[in-house]
Design a protein around this ligand. Structure first.
Ligand code: KG4
Ligand code: ZN
Length: 359
């Protein structure tokens, strides 16, 4: 990969969901600090993220965390080249906190401010971890998103397909809740599935074999609920083996869906770009080892290869936000201090804006 700008150093801030995060990253791809403060314990009693609690908690911790990240990086604010924050999409109260913090630092130290799209952070994380060149195929699978995209460049994303109902991470979280596995659901289901038989319960694979590259997970979720009721294992009750079997069967169904869609997406990518990938998987669900292994097989069979950033760069983090800031800054891009935080911000819309006026 041609290096965007080795000598740039950017502070990144991430507050769009339930992780308060601050990181310092350089254009050479050096992660000088990458701190994540999880709010899991604060949301666990509610079985999901409570937006008001999240926003309050970000507010309570962000200043200290930024200070710690700068200390760990061994830098003063004056030595930075820019300050990046997730400006959307996400829970708006939390996004405000991060954006206001970044803007205040940018203003006080006369630094460029970079309003980073959270999804762009995920999309570019493989360039930080693996030095990938454009273009590549991206499967973005998180708690709020499930999309297949061609990444052509910074701000240049073409959507191949996406979910028509739930996101994959959401399906994992809901399955965990049904089975009484606790929160967050993804890692709990993965762990439970290890002791289970993936062929034990017949579950549907919605959209499989259908034309196009869209996904659907709501039918699968309903089927998991019905199977759990039938086996008497709702909310943690009943037979432990039956629970592990259902978790494994669910994970296998998701694996089949993702594998088939990715195989088709690689074919389309080959047709349009003259090469079969690489296929990058990013977002929280990409931390799942079983799914990674499935996608590795699919990519290899299609003459492509799977690139999966390490788990710490797959789940929400600020290093990917700082890196997206580095990439944008290297292209001469920055954002005005009146840039408004946004709860919704589709990735494809970035391509429609001129570099100077993204808003
Ligand atoms: O990217 P992320 O940290 O936050 C969002 O932007 O949504 O993704 C969080 C999602 C959650 O739904 C979580 O259950 C899921 O990623 N996840 C996993 C695993 N680790 C996290 N899903 C399946 N297997 C995992 N090991
Ligand atoms: Zn995310």
């Amino acid at each position: 990969m041609t290096n965007p700008a080795k000598n740039l150093t950017v502070l990144g801030i991430e507050t769009s969901c339930d992780e308060t995060a601050a990181a310092v990253v350089t254009g050479a791809g050096e992660i000088r600090a990458n701190l994540v403060l999880s709010q899991l314990d604060e949301h666990r009693p509610y079985g999901g993220v409570v937006p008001e609690i999240a926003a309050r908690s970000h507010l309570d911790h962000i200043d200290r965390l930024v200070g710690q990240a700068m200390e760990q990086a061994g830098l003063g604010f004056a030595e930075l080249d820019g300050v990046a924050a997730t400006a959307g999409p996400g829970l708006i109260g939390g996004v405000f906190v991060g954006v206001m913090t970044a803007k205040a630092i940018a203003l006080a130290w006369n630094l460029p401010f970079l309003a980073v799209n959270h999804l762009e952070g995920h999309a570019l994380s493989a360039r930080l971890s693996d030095r990938l060149d454009f273009p590549y195929l991206l499967l973005l699978v998180s708690g709020g998103h499930c999309q297949l995209l061609a990444v052509e460049g910074v701000g240049q994303y073409r959507r191949f397909g996406g979910t028509i109902d739930d996101a994959v991470g959401e399906a994992f979280d809901k399955t965990a809740k049904l089975l009484g596995l606790g929160y967050p659901g993804g890692p709990a289901v993965e762990q439970e599935a290890e002791a289970g038989d993936p062929a034990a319960v017949a579950l549907p694979r919605p959209m499989l074999g259908r034309p196009g590259l869209d996904f659907s997970f709501s039918g699968l979720k309903t089927a998991v609920r019905q199977a759990a009721e039938k086996a008497g294992i709702l909310a943690g009750g009943g037979d432990a083996q039956a629970r592990a079997d259902l978790a494994a069967s669910f994970q296998a169904a998701v694996g089949d869906i993702l594998a088939e869609r990715c195989a088709k997406a690689i074919e389309r990518f080959q047709q349009e770009y003259g090469r079969p990938g690489p296929l990058v998987v990013a977002g929280g669900v990409a931390a799942n080892r079983n799914l990674r292994a499935r996608l590795e097989t699919v990519a290899a069979a299609a003459g492509s290869r799977l690139v999966a950033p390490p788990p710490a760069l797959c789940t929400d983090n600020a290093a990917m936000i700082a890196w997206a800031g580095v990439e944008r800054l290297a292209l001469g891009l920055s954002d005005p201090l009146d840039f408004a935080a946004r709860p919704r911000w589709p990735l494809e819309s970035l391509a429609e804006k001129s570099p100077a006026g993204r808003d």
